[in-house]
Design a protein around this ligand. Structure first.
Ligand code: NAD
Length: 498
């Protein structure tokens, strides 16, 4: 069992109360680790350390290239430790080992390598004499102390998406991981410390959101708070951050539309729906949960879909041949199963799944791959994020109707359109209001591609050079070139023109 400490001011420490949180495997239901249950006193110490490191320490004053070098070293260490971290992630979160080892960990390491270079490309507008007698320079500077709050669905990857752009631009960070899945984040922090990150630049405090996370939002020594999490949590965070007028960056929930037009390549769309819908057990903010199908192809698509669902292999996430592991936690499993009941009550037709597999998998937090059809766009199961392996089939007749259904949710994170007609593709992709839009695929995101929501999916970007902008502020500097005591415009305040 892993007994871990948290990172505060360069020290690995227990919580001041000595309380702990037990970390459980969602596959076995058994405890696999223990982390400190940080409280307000602990998070304040971490914030003080980050403040001191920002105000007095070397990190924000280092050349971007030197910060990038620490990233490259951390990336190298993580590469050496990648398979152990992937195993830890899979055991703790329940995601399949093939996803953790082949996608989550390597793509996150690539994010760090990208940031090491990208930070050196940050440009400012060329200095100019905009105002005549002086030169104006726009400097891009770090925001300061950043509070980062991460979710449980991609623990390692989300921690990298948060601290990646924040630290490289010279900020200091206090990170709070989700309490169910803290283990891989502590490994990430270890790699940064081993790579030579100066004291206090990165702090990780494990503990409950309402106490530890909230302090990051209200503490006046924190300049910015960034959350990846539920839209309801985003609302609370905006509200608490308002008392100190903090910058806020929010990457929130989604309910992705997956629109299949009458001329789409149906076998390709079926593959896309299986992969896009059930990725990470459906615990993915971009998951293709609303299958919006033209009435002329609905039957063929659904036949293909149900056939493929039968082939999904549910089981031990540590086995390379498992496609669908357990959900993150037994209480989340219950929530997802409650959504299935809601769908049935609302009159949607359950075509497959909707229950635990039972048998040998009884101890795990499993929900079988589920498909509802005859779903109306305004049903609760079509409006709210279920965050499990549950897909809704919704039928449409006309192009405009498809667009209205796609846009008819509070979310705006990601969506895809499926058609072989370039005009339909462009018209639909332009018309749907989502931050990531794919044509004839669903999910691809990389280090270079800015990812973030429209509407109540939040604002700001993770990944890409845009994320570096979120973590920097522009300072406008003016240098007088005249050397005159009395400048030509002074008479507008007092005296007469000379
Ligand atoms: P959550 O909102 O329950 O928790 C996220 C984090 O916020 C956790 O660390 C939690 O402890 C903390 N928190 C909770 N209440 C808080 C409060 N009052 N003040 C401060 N912090 C608080 O989300 P989750 O269930 O861990 O993750 C799933 C959610 O994350 C889904 O809605 C999903 O769509 C979203 N998500 C979004 C993206 C994206 O890129 N937009 C990516 C991944 C996940």
């Amino acid at each position: 069992m892993a007994v871990s400490k948290m990172l505060v001011g360069g020290e690995w420490v227990a919580s001041s109360s000595e309380a702990t949180i037990s970390v459980v495997s969602p596959f076995t239901g058994k405890q696999i680790g223990e982390v400190p249950k940080g409280d307000r006193e602990d998070i304040r110490k971490a914030i003080d350390a980050a403040r001191e490191a920002f105000d007095k320490g070397p990190w924000p004053r280092m050349p971007a290239r030197a910060r990038g070098d620490v990233y490259l070293k951390a990336a190298q260490l993580l590469q050496q430790r990648a398979s152990a971290i992937a195993e830890l992630e899979s055991r703790n979160q329940g995601k399949t080992i093939k996803q953790a080892a082949d996608v989550d960990i390597p793509s996150s390491i690539d994010n760090l390598v990208f940031y090491a270079g990208a930070v050196r490309t940050l440009d400012a507008k060329s200095p100019q004499e905009f105002l005549g007698d002086g030169t104006t320079i726009f400097r891009r500077e770090p925001v300061g102390v950043v509070g980062s709050i991460t979710p449980w669905n991609y623990p390692f990857m989300m921690a990298v998406w948060k601290i990646g752009p924040a630290l490289v631009t010279g900020n200091t960070v206090v990170l709070k991981p989700a309490s169910w899945t803290p283990l891989s984040t502590l490994e990430l922090a270890k790699a940064f410390i081993d790579a030579g990150l100066p004291t206090g630049v990165l702090n990780v405090v494990t503990g409950p959101g309402e106490e530890v996370g909230n302090e990051l939002c209200v503490n006046p020594k924190v300049d910015m708070v960034s959350l990846t999490g539920d839209t309801a949590t985003g609302r609370k965070i905006m509200e608490s951050a308002s008392s100190t007028v903090k910058r806020v960056q929010l990457e929130l929930g989604g309910k992705a539309p997956f629109v299949v037009f009458e001329d789409a390549d149906i076998p390709a769309a079926v593959e896309g729906a299986i992969v896009g819908g059930y990725v990470n057990g459906g615990q993915d903010c971009t998951a293709a949960t609303r299958l919006i199908l033209h009435q002329s192809v609905r039957e063929k698509f659904e036949r293909g879909l149900l056939d493929r669902v039968k082939q999904i292999r549910v089981g031990d996430p540590m086995s390379r041949s498992t496609d669908l592991g357990p959900l993150v936690h037994a209480s989340h499993q219950k929530k997802v199963l409650d959504w299935v009941e809601t769908g049935k009550r609302e009159g949607a037709k359950l075509r497959v799944g909707g229950a635990e597999p039972g048998g040998k998998l009884r101890a795990g937090a499993f929900v079988n791959a589920t498909v509802f059809d005859q779903v109306a766009p305004d049903m609760k199961i079509a409006q709210h994020e279920i965050f499990g392996p549950v897909l809704d089939v919704i039928e449409f007749e006309k192009f405009d109707e498809a667009i209205d259904i796609a846009n008819g949710v509070e979310y705006g994170l990601a969506g895809s359109v499926w058609t072989q007609n370039v005009r339909t593709a462009m018209r639909a992709a332009n018309a749907i209001r989502f931050g990531d839009v794919w044509v004839n695929d669903h999910l691809p995101i990389g280090s270079e591609t800015p990812h973030g929501g429209f509407k109540q999916s939040g604002f700001g970007k993770d990944l890409g050079v845009d994320s570096l902008n979120d973590y920097t502020v522009v300072k406008n500097m003016y240098i007088d070139l005249t050397g005159l005591a009395r400048k030509g415009w002074h008479y507008t305040v007092y005296g007469d023109p000379s």
